[in-house]
Design a protein around this ligand. Structure first.
Ligand SMILES: Nc1ncnc2c1ncn2[C@@H]1O[C@H](COP(=O)(O)OP(=O)(O)OP(=O)(O)O)[C@@H](O)[C@H]1O
Ligand SMILES: [Mg+2]
Length: 357
């Protein structure tokens, strides 16, 4: 197209534009034919004859990032007033160009951060799955070995019937244990229960204490409740919350085989953003090493525990946008605090309701 040149590169100092960029000074030439800086070959390329020319730099914080050039005023020559006007315009243009550039850089940066964060999350997930697979293999291997041995012994021909029975019963016990492990594993990835509803946390807690009533009674554990009267309903999956509370309560009962006290309380934080449910027992408490591991799948100190109770609870609370914390010192009892947001982020709850990720 006549009058258009694109993709041409000028070095700083080359031609009038190059001169303006190199010096940072505006340039006004009303007779370019006799101007030593003018490059006549540009006319040859554009097919356009330049007579008068006005060029100003685009400057951002003392740095020249470009130039604007006007050629051939319709009537007569460019004036100092034209120069002033163009310089004022160039000021705004320079800021706009710089902002656009910064914005692009920022957007690129944000994108980069997002990408590396996603990679981190993925890496952490892979590591978690790796740990899980390793402990699962170990966990399943033990009962399988026991079943193998029991069956082997049960099949010995000369064996008295009573012993055969005992070996078969042992095998059966181990099979039950395997089934339980697998069932809880499934819960781990596909939490039970329906969808998200407006939930009364106190109500869920009271249901759990009722459900666990027999266990609590047999364990000689005294329950002391102090439930806040002003809790708002929060979006949650009640069955899943109940599962969390039940795991914590049963753990406390199991931690106090001689009986003891379990204090259960709820409160609304002062800013009204969080509901806290706290469980403090008078059991043996935990060492720092135990505390570091309680939420790991399969970590258990009990002969018949699966070690999944708190790992499952952790996942559930996380999907509710909350946190679960433990604090304890040996011989001082253990405290578990579940923090639930009153206004959880919708995306998180969505993931919670279908269990998939
Ligand atoms: N209240 C508590 N006091 C002392 N230790 C605790 C308490 N709660 C949990 N723990 C420790 O954390 C471990 C993990 O608990 P978690 O509920 O995940 O598994 P578990 O109770 O061992 O097995 P499961 O829940 O499958 O029966 C327990 O084995 C115990 O060592
Ligand atoms: Mg448990």
């Amino acid at each position: 197209r006549q009058g258009w040149i694109t993709g041409r590169t000028l070095r700083p100092g080359e031609g009038i534009v190059g001169h303006v960029v190199a010096t940072g000074q505006p340039y006004l030439a009303n007779d370019v034919a006799n101007d030593p800086l003018f490059l006549p070959r540009v006319d040859g390329e554009s097919g356009f004859t330049v007579h008068a020319l006005l060029c100003v730099p685009l400057t951002v914080r003392d740095r020249v990032i470009g130039a604007i050039e006007l050629v051939n005023k319709l009537n007569g020559a460019f004036t100092d007033a034209d120069l002033d006007l163009l310089q004022t315009m160039a000021g705004s243009v320079a800021v706009a160009v710089e902002n656009a550039k910064l914005y692009t850089e920022l957007a690129d940066f944000a994108h980069e951060v997002e990408r590396s964060q996603a990679q981190l999350v993925q890496a952490e997930k892979m590591a978690a799955i790796g740990r899980l697979a390793a402990s699962l293999a170990h966990e399943i291997n033990n009962p399988l070995q026991a079943i193998h041995n029991s069956l082997h012994l049960a099949m010995l021909e000369s064996l008295p019937e009573a012993k055969r029975h005992r070996y078969l019963a042992m095998a059966r016990e181990e099979v039950d244990r395997l089934i339980e492990i697998i069932q809880r594993m499934l819960d781990f990835y596909r939490p039970s229960g329906g969808g998200v509803v407006q939930t009364d946390v106190n109500q869920v807690l009271q249901n759990v204490l009722a459900i666990a009533g027999k266990r609590i009674q047999h364990g000689h554990v005294r329950i002391h409740t102090r439930l806040a009267g002003d809790l708002p309903l929060i979006p949650a999956v009640p069955d899943q919350l109940a599962q969390v509370f039940l795991n914590i309560v049963i753990n406390a009962v199991e931690a106090m085989p001689e009986g003891g006290d379990l204090r259960v309380g709820t409160l609304l934080t002062e800013d009204g953003e969080w509901i806290l449910a706290a469980f403090r027992d008078s059991g043996p408490g935990m060492t720092p090493e135990q505390i570091a591991n309680v939420f790991e799948p399969f970590y258990t100190t009990k002969p018949s525990g699966t070690g999944l109770g708190l790992a499952i609870s952790y996942g559930i609370v996380e999907r509710h946008g909350g946190t679960i914390e433990v604090s304890s010192q040996p011989r001082q009892g253990a405290t578990f605090i579940v923090r639930l947001p009153v206004h959880p982020a919708p995306a998180k709850m969505l993931r919670g309701s279908n269990g998939a990720d």
